[in-house]
Ligand binder design. Structure first.
Ligand SMILES: Cc1cc2nc3c(=O)[nH]c(=O)nc-3n(C[C@H](O)[C@H](O)[C@H](O)COP(=O)(O)O)c2cc1C
Length: 236
């Protein structure tokens, strides 16, 4: 019965609202979803700093409920082959660094080749980009000095994305957050857009531009959450 009702509703929609039929045509991946650009840093057992770029992920819990703030990122394909995965599994810690749009080229480079060459030797990505690594104060992992925001993290869990998948979701406990003053407001909160004198905006990622996706800066501030709906209700 439910099926028949659903079919009836769908056919009514199909005839009365052509636009909905258009969006139902989309069968691509959810990669177009706007995502943070997370540059994950870790030391090899020999103390070499490596950074990989990740956009699958974000905030998992805010820490407002008394527990720690948690963030996560996903490692695609066979994660065992990922250099970032291998070194975080050994060290148990990492950093998540957020680039500003000023450092897009460097970020793109960090995500375009591995810190581990096919022969197994270390490839120094930082040397190519000219960026500076600084050791965290809470965890033994490298941060990128030039990036406006860095989070020092501890690996809490490493779980398969699905039972039959080799891709992994890395769940991280945030131990410390660093931010460039230009990105802090009067209440000490981090804003995605810098104040005057800063280097403009944090960068994020979406697969909306062509095959490999592309980078974006933040746009206009449109209103505070909770307040935008208040204004909407006042006009009703
Ligand atoms: C913009 C961008 C986003 C990326 N997002 C992911 C991701 O979410 N998950 C993933 O496994 N790889 C992602 N990659 C690919 C890795 O960054 C890339 O494989 C990198 O070489 C890993 O470095 P490593 O081998 O030194 O760990 C992304 C690359 C770029 C440029």
């Amino acid at each position: 019965m439910k099926k028949i009702i659903a079919l009836l509703v769908l056919s009514v929609l199909a005839f009365s609202v052509p636009a909905s039929a258009d969006w139902l045509k989309f069968t691509g991946s959810p990669h177009f979803l706007p995502a943070p650009l997370m540059v994950v840093g870790a030391y090899t057992p020999e103390g070499q700093a490596n950074f990989g770029v990740f956009h699958r992920g974000g905030v998992l819990s805010s820490g407002k409920d008394g527990g720690p703030m948690r963030i996560g990122f996903g490692i695609k394909g066979n994660a065992e082959k990922s250099f970032t995965y291998q070194i975080i599994k050994t060290s148990g810690v990492c950093t998540v660094n957020l680039p500003s749009i000023k450092y897009l080229a460097e970020t793109d480079l960090l995500g375009s080749f591995s810190g581990k060459a096919p022969g197994g030797e270390f490839q120094d990505k930082l040397k190519v980009t000219g960026l500076t690594a600084v050791r965290g104060s809470e965890v033994n992992a490298p941060m990128i000095e030039e990036f406006p925001v860095s989070l020092e993290c501890e690996l809490e869990e490493d779980i398969a994305i699905a039972p039959d998948s080799k891709s992994r979701l890395m769940i991280l406990k945030v131990r410390k957050v660093w931010a460039d003053e230009a990105y802090l407001d009067a209440n000490g909160k981090i804003n995605p857009m810098a104040k005057e004198g800063g280097d403009s905006s944090l960068a994020f990622f979406s697969h909306s531009h062509g095959k490999n996706g592309g980078y974006f800066g933040y746009g206009d501030f449109l209103g505070k959450s909770g307040k935008v709906s208040e204004r909407f209700l006042e006009t009703k």
